[in-house]
Design a protein around this ligand. Structure first.
Ligand code: DAH
Length: 372
């Protein structure tokens, strides 16, 4: 298996295993019981104060629209405060530099044919996020434990694939979508509940594959692999690569690309030939298409030698001043970090206890330095 570094693709079979092997809470003994019912009744009122309105692509979004004291809502203030930051749109930020480098690759090799989107609103419907890309009704990613729900029909997108259908319906045939995505998760040096993805999509018409004598699916799969191998070389130089068959609900066949980097196989992205059902539903009945999704943090950590995913969110000059527009791969120089400080605590838990709920309460007070 590839090096497990930073969010692997959520929808592949292998990552389900990872999701189910989360560490339990056996180390919380019950010797000094502390009932959670002793907490103030509304946890959101004693968390850190945050801004109340933010602007996304010219649209104002109020905190009260996204963070609500309602059982169908599980968005904490700490997550709301990330919604407008759009790190991928900062040209001097490693994520922005990486995005621009990938854009350059597509512009050069496809003569500016790919339409680029990086300001689509991360608040999407359940239909966009899951149904439109054929995520099964009982898929674990739909749970309140894994996804941030604004209400029962609205979520913070958990992947940029959420925009495939709407862009197809609008008539786009070649596009790249970059954005912040949200998944309830632990926080440590390689995990953070907000990260950034880029989605790529290309539609072919029959004349494109008919001339080749291949069937549409084989033609698209071959083109996809050629395109992404070129992208990996553009980013990493001459590296060894391999393709691994996998499963995604939205593609068939589906693949992961891995590169051999620093003596380990590193999963770079997920991709495949788009399910016909998605094309059919969105006005592309006679076409075939390919799609890919890649995690920007995962790649940026490797390319810039950034050891901790939390650094991407830093406003500390010692971090931000190290990177410049257009400079992919400047090596990050570490600066002082606080030493870790371990604390034991014990408490009673109720039947409805989940690890993510607890961690969010703790982080609402103590911030992102708290691990595990
Ligand atoms: N949406 C997937 C995820 O977040 C990544 C992905 C895989 C996107 C394959 C694609 C694709 O477009 O074809 O795990």
């Amino acid at each position: 298996m590839a090096l497990s570094l930073v969010h692997s693709t959520l929808f592949s079979k292998t990552s389900h295993l990872l999701l189910h092997t989360k560490i339990g809470f056996s180390h919380f003994s019950s010797s000094i019981p502390f009932s959670t019912s002793a907490l103030p009744s509304n946890p959101k009122t004693w968390r850190r104060p945050v801004i109340s309105v933010l602007e996304l692509g010219g649209v104002k979004i109020a905190r009260d629209d996204v963070v609500r004291d309602d059982p169908t809502n599980n968005v904490p203030d700490t997550i709301f405060s990330k919604l407008g930051l759009q790190l991928h749109r900062r040209d001097q930020h490693p994520l922005g530099i990486l995005k621009n480098t990938i854009h350059d690759y597509f512009d050069t090799n496809y003569s500016n044919k790919f339409d680029k989107f990086d300001e689509l609103c991360p608040i999407v419907s359940v239909k966009q996020n899951f149904d439109d890309v054929l995520v099964p009704a009982d898929h674990v990613s739909r749970s309140y434990n894994d996804t941030y729900y604004v209400d029962s029909q609205t979520v913070l997108r958990c992947h940029t694939s959420a925009h495939q259908a709407e862009l197809l319906r609008k008539g786009h045939t070649h596009f790249l979508v970059t954005g912040d995505v949200y998944r309830r998760d632990s926080i440590d040096s390689t995990h953070y509940p907000v990260f950034h993805q880029m989605e790529g999509f290309r539609v072919f018409s029959p004349d494109e594959w008919e001339a080749s004598g291949m069937d549409g699916t084989s033609f698209a799969a071959e083109d996809l692999k050629k395109c992404l191998e070129g992208l990996a070389t553009h980013l990493f130089g001459a590296v060894e690569m391999r393709w691994v068959d996998t499963y995604f609900p939205f593609t068939n066949p589906s693949f992961e690309l891995e590169i051999y980097f620093k003596e380990k196989w590193l999963e770079v992205l997920g991709c495949g030939v788009t399910e016909q059902e998605i094309l059919k539903r969105n006005g592309k009945l006679n076409n075939v298409a390919w799609a890919f999704g890649l995690g920007l943090e995962r790649l940026a950590m490797v390319l810039f030698d950034i050891p901790d995913i939390r650094l991407f969110w830093s406003d500390d000059e010692r971090f931000t001043s190290q990177f410049s527009k257009g400079q992919l791969g400047t090596k990050f120089k570490p600066f002082s970090r606080y030493p870790p400080c371990y604390k034991d605590m014990s408490f009673w838990i109720s039947e409805s206890f989940t690890e993510n709920n607890l961690c969010e309460v703790v982080r609402g007070i103590a911030g992102d330095l708290v691990e595990e």
